[in-house]
Ligand binder design. Sequence first.
Ligand code: PLP
Length: 478
Amino acid sequence: MDTPEFVEFAKATIDYVADYTDSLRSRNVLPDVEPGYLSKLLPKEAPKKSERWQEVLKDVEQYIMPGITHWNSPHFHAYFPTANSYPAIVAEILSCAIGCIGFSWIASPACTELEVITCNWLGKLLGLPNEFLNCSSGTGGGVIQGSASECTFLCLLAAKEHTTRRMKRLHPEADENHIKSKLVAYTSNQSNSSVEKAGILGSMPMRLLPVDDKCSLRGETLKKAIQEDLEKGFIPCYVVATLGTTGTCAFDNIDEIGPICEEYNIWLHVDAAYAGAAFVCPEFRYLMSGVQYADSFNVNAHKWLLTNFDASVMWVKNSRRLIEAFSVNRIYLAHDKEGLVPDYRNWQIPLGRRFRSLKLWFVMRIYGVQGLQEHIRHTIKLAQLFEKYVRSDNRFEIVTEVVMGLVCFRIIGDNSLTKELLDRLQTRKQVYLVVGTYQHKLVARFVVCSRLCREEDIAFSWNEISSQTTEILQEKLH
Ligand code: PLP
């Protein structure tokens, strides 16, 4: 493909993207296909001869779109948002065109330096303590990872290395593998699946601790678990606290958890993958009270900050601990500016890395702080509107306090009613919600996800939910 043809192809694709975005409201949010649908439609082998781009683009609409779940539809209320915005999409194109692999400063100085700058911008914007920023004279700094899962796992590995070294200094005679076999991690039983997975991948038991009636992990519970483990000869190493759990958007009490981690020399990682975005608004920062105790903090710009996947921003107070755990050197990786700027390969698992900060930079500049704040406040206002609809209807109950963009509600009565509602909604494909639990009750999780969502969309989704509930309850009567 030569340059003129690329321009034609890319322009047609951008037109397609714009039309797709504008048509999202009128498409069913869930696809109507069965497993294996695509292999019945596409050839078994790759084409021998070049095909025209026009044919390929046509097949996107014909074959691919029918199998898409439209995460950016204003009627998508499942999981948490996946960010999407035009500035981020354009930045992705540019990042692909540059195509650098910025594992060290010299591998593309702008790639590293823009990442340092955007992580500082965002860290300041969220109100993180200065120790997390690269601009301070200390060892802190931010880095963009692919996912919150990676952040939790990376910090577990770094905590493991750090604690092992510390124990080795205290007990030089101790066997390193024996120390590692005694390490234990803690989180709440409400934390994201990726936290438990980090324990599995890092070969460290991850204790899932009980929570209070607000689904929040409390200091007392953590302390009790730590003391039990110390008595059994285990070594507490790592705690993951969540600000904004996936199930009910609960906030662990890091004001209580933090001092305990400090007392027992435990690495505290704060997973604020979703709700952390709200801290761009000063009025929500009370929810991260205690963040000064954290060793690491993570927010997914790719969830609620308009920056397309993948952009999971992680800050650490002491980047040396990452470098100690992850740096492996080779002669071909060396350069003469080492130590002056981060070589991000030592802050992550892979060697290669994408130029992700471009999209964060575009988003922060083109939306501005005000635009980002408006986006958060608008989402929360829409969630409150939905809450109002639910509260106005005595067939339903709101199950947990609505703090961010998530409303947990259920049909009053047996769990089977809420299950039936969610099943019907899924079959009808107009709106998409997923199930959660609260104290053995099934709940429907309604999340305001799409940046395109407006009041009329909330009314649309509510009408669908309400009318299906009427049908369910009428059928039960007969
Ligand atoms: N942590 C929380 C609180 C989440 O809600 C999620 C996903 O929804 C994750 C972690 C995992 O995020 P990622 O897909 O970036 O690994």
